[in-house]
Design a protein around this ligand. Structure first.
Ligand SMILES: Nc1ncnc2c1ncn2[C@@H]1O[C@H](COP(=O)(O)OP(=O)(O)O)[C@@H](O)[C@H]1O
Ligand SMILES: [Mg+2]
Length: 259
């Protein structure tokens, strides 16, 4: 069986800045691929290529075994790739259920009599959110009243409801506390268990390791490898993230200064 997505030696430059160099990994249905790396490592560049925001210069991108190159985010979405950006495209004063649909609300009637079907919309959003086990008191409340974690959860429920095959989350836990991070990771795992291929971008190996099936570690645009879980421990992943040898050298240096 083909992977859902195959990233094959992809490279991307912005003018003279090489943002990605020969990066490879896969995303399988029902699995989580984690992309880890420090600031500037190239994480966002990689997901922007998957999401149709940018195009790669070299290498290949395959979806269900076919070479693809998305001309726009709309095209990626039409092929089943849903991306939840860190800043979340929500309208804070609009209700949760309207944000859930954002432009694809159900309607009744035809022609000039066509109008928003509020009752169906509210009920569909409520059920989809509840189906994910998310406990929201009221889908009429403005989305701006939700916590950051709850907003991420609604965005995940939305992608599942609209039939996404691949769900990409860019640093969903970056601004969250420990407890809320746990909640978001739990819903991410639910999307995985429903058969979606999930791409989780994070710089926290402790968030990645429990939910991840494979780990792509980037450093200054280069890949340190795409590891299956069985082939890497949390300790080793943490060491790679921290820049391994660099950190050890720093430790030596600092010890030298104090002692
Ligand atoms: N639109 C852009 N134009 C020029 N350089 C960019 C652009 N976007 C990112 N870069 C550069 O590419 C590198 C990788 O950035 P990015 O993919 O955002 O990393 P990350 O998400 O891991 O922090 C950085 O050196 C960054 O400055
Ligand atoms: Mg980024």
């Amino acid at each position: 069986m083909n992977p859902l997505i195959e990233v094959d030696r992809i490279g991307k430059s912005y003018g003279s800045v090489v943002a990605l160099r020969e990066v490879s990994t896969v995303v399988n249905a029902g699995e989580v691929t984690c992309v880890l790396g420090d600031n500037g490592a190239g994480k966002s560049t990689l997901i922007k290529i998957l999401a149709g925001v940018h195009q790669h210069d070299t290498g290949r991108l395959r979806l269900d075994g076919q070479d693809v190159r998305f001309a726009s985010p709309r095209e990626a979405l039409d092929r089943g790739i849903a991306t939840v950006h860190q800043d979340l495209a929500v309208v804070p004063l609009m209700s949760v259920w309207r944000n859930f649909f954002l432009g694809s609300e159900p309607t009744v009637g035809a022609g000039p009599l066509r109008r928003l079907d509020r009752r169906t919309g509210r009920e569909t959003a409520r059920r989809a959110i509840a189906d994910m086990g998310i406990d929201l008191r009221d889908v009429e409340q403005p989305v701006g009243t939700l916590s950051g974690g709850e907003r991420q959860c609604v965005a995940i429920a939305r992608a599942v409801h609209f039939g996404a095959k691949v769900l990409i989350l860019d640093e969903p836990t970056a601004a969250l506390g420990v407890k809320q991070s746990g909640v978001v990771l739990r819903y991410l795992a639910q999307a995985r268990d429903r058969g979606l291929g999930v791409v989780l971008i994070t710089h926290n190996p402790h968030h990645a390791y429990p939910v991840g099936n494979r780990f792509l570690v980037l450093t200054r645009g280069a890949s340190l490898g795409s590891f299956e879980k069985a082939d890497i421990t949390l300790a080793e992943l943490t060491r790679q993230m921290a820049g391994g040898e660099e950190l050890e050298a720093l430790e030596h240096e600092l010890r030298g200064v104090s002692g």
